[in-house]
Each structure stands twice: as structure tokens, then as C-alpha cells.
Design a protein around this ligand. Sequence first.
Ligand code: CP
Length: 337
Amino acid sequence: MDGFNDLGDFAPATIDELLALAKRLETHPEPRALEGKVLALLFLSPSLRTQTSFQAAMGRLGGSSFIVRPDLGIHGLEMRSGVVMDGDTAEHIREAIPVLASYGDVFGIRAFANKASLEADIEDRDFEMLRELSTVPVINMESAIRHPCQSLADWKTMDDIGVPRAGGKFVLSWANHPKALPLAVPASTVHMAAMRGMDVTVLRPEGFALPDAVMARARTAAEVSGGSVRESDDPRDALSGAHVVYAKAWSSASTYGVAEADAELKKDLGSWCVDDSWFDGAAEDCRFMHCLPVRRGVVVTAKVLEGPRSVVIQQAGNRMRVQMAVLHEILAGQEAL
Ligand code: CP
């Protein structure tokens, strides 16, 4: 494997192999498998789970890691091309990435959407530029439109708790949020559930449909897997018989990058907070999923979050397990530098 950027880069059989490897490493630990290997981690955006789960994953396999973040006393990073650097920034990303890559065997990068252009973010142009600067395999730790490690962990979580693939009803629901959040998680999640062969409903109020390109990609994945993808603006309709409700806030495509307009669009949508009543017509054992971090009382009630339907802690735990499989697949067998 020469990197990990998008679940769609892999055949379903390869996804199953990765999940099987994650399971094997759970039951048969390999504490020396990545001895001598180094994981470089660059966080241009905040994180709790991703940074710690990658460090823990590398440690459990006998390797080591280092983290670089803007708040760690590094020189101010310049991301723009073609600028004269006579302001606050002292180091260009075009040097920083190859330098950091030269210290590692694999490189994890996180860079959220800058929201200057929906089209550019859907094409992940900024992240593609960063990826091309690395001389070692890159793991996408969340970019403008992708969060493949989260999606693989979510797939594993559903396998672990017995959510059916074929015939499984998956609802990705928009949720209220004070901020205009990016599209990486909803775009990756709808695609993952479609790849998994599930019957997927994207539930969202008027004005918050996912971009056409995101929906089209999910529908293509469903055609291959035997699943289906539809949209609804009616929670009762969407949740009827659902096995999973996956809540996530995302910004409107129509107001993309304009936070005030997004806030105006959702000013009366406070009821889009998942509570017990959402599950009235769902499958009896319907589960609640969220990638975390999550705002209590805004996205979901504390009662649902802490109740028996919620698998958010398992999802977060599986981040480490699937990332161990990804790191093992990329690095085991490579010669150390
Ligand atoms: N789900 C997720 O990626 O969490 P962090 O932003 O805390 O890394």
C-alpha cells in the first residue's frame, strides 16, 4: 500500500483485508512489527482523537512518531503559492513537507477545508498539493473532503456490533451546529456506507443537501455494492426501520464559505438535535453514531449520547485499531532508513 487517502481507492476485498488485519492485531498483538519505523504527523488543523490514536497505534506496533503543529513553536507556515514572504510567515510548506517527510517512513497530514471555493474543496486541491510534496507514503488524517481513517473505523464499528451490510439501513443526518462545518466527514461517511452495501438515506433540511458531486459518487459506489442512496427532509420517513443514525453538522453548499449566511439559513433549525423521539420508528436496536467531538444539546442530547444506542466511544477506539492495520500494511516489510 503506497498511502491511504480515500476508501474509494481500494477494492472492497482490500477493505475487508484491512479490517481482518485490524482484528488480528487486536487478538494477536505484534509489538515489534514496526520497530525502527517513524511516523511523521503534521496537524495544520486541531485534533484530539486523530493525533493520539496515531501515536498510540505506532507505539503499539513498536514504532515511534513525532508531531508538528503550528502551536508547537515552529516558524509561521506559509501555504500560499507565489507570495513574497515579507510578512509574518517564515517557512513555506513547500520546504516544510519534504523536510518532515525525510525524517519519517510514512507521513500523516491533517488540513481542513479553507472554504475559499466549494469546487476546489470537493477536488481536495490543497491536500493534493500537500500530498505531492511528500517523498514518503501519505495518510490523509482529514482534508477538505476526505476522512478515510474515520470511515474505516466506522465500517469496523458497524461490523463489530453486527449492523448488516446488505439490507442495513443507514441514515446520515444533518444536525444543528453553531458553526459552518466542513464536508469531509459527511462526504466520506455517505460514500463509506454506500460502499458497505447499505441502503443509505441522507436526511437534511431544505438548503442543506450535500453537493451533487458527493451524492453522485455515493450513488456510483452503491451501484457497485448493491446498496442504494436517497435523500429525505423528513426524519420520520428517513428513520423508519433504520439500523444506524449517524449525525453530523455540515455547511450549506449554497452559502459555502460565508459563515453569516450559513447561520441565517439554519436559525430556525434548532430542532435538528437527535433525541429519543428520533428513534420511534427505527429498528429496535438502532444505533447512534458520531465521529466526535460532538456538542451536547445541539447535535444530540446527552441522554442519547450516553444511552445504550450510542457507539461513539467504540468508533473512537476503532480509530486506533484500523490505523494500526493501515500503518502495518504500509510499513511492515519496508527497509528502515
Ligand atoms: N473524529 C476525529 O477526527 O476526531 P479529532 O478531530 O479529535 O481528531
